[in-house]
Design a protein around this ligand. Sequence first.
Ligand SMILES: [Zn+2]
Length: 69
Amino acid sequence: MGKPMKRLHVAAALRAHGCEPVRNRGGHEVWRCPCGQHTSAVPNHREITAGVVNSIQKQMPCLEEGWLQ
Ligand SMILES: [Zn+2]
């Protein structure tokens, strides 16, 4: 199960695993994974809820297990 996390922590984990931000609009930043097949939207909030943390993990299946801790 996920837990709430700070957006800066989520963004740092994405970047550390080779993801890149591709656009920021509509209240969220979209990140693309290194394989190029997956994207995930990270809300522009200081805190990301546990539910959204779970979604982000599911949307990036090509990253190693436990990439977002
Ligand atoms: Zn991917």
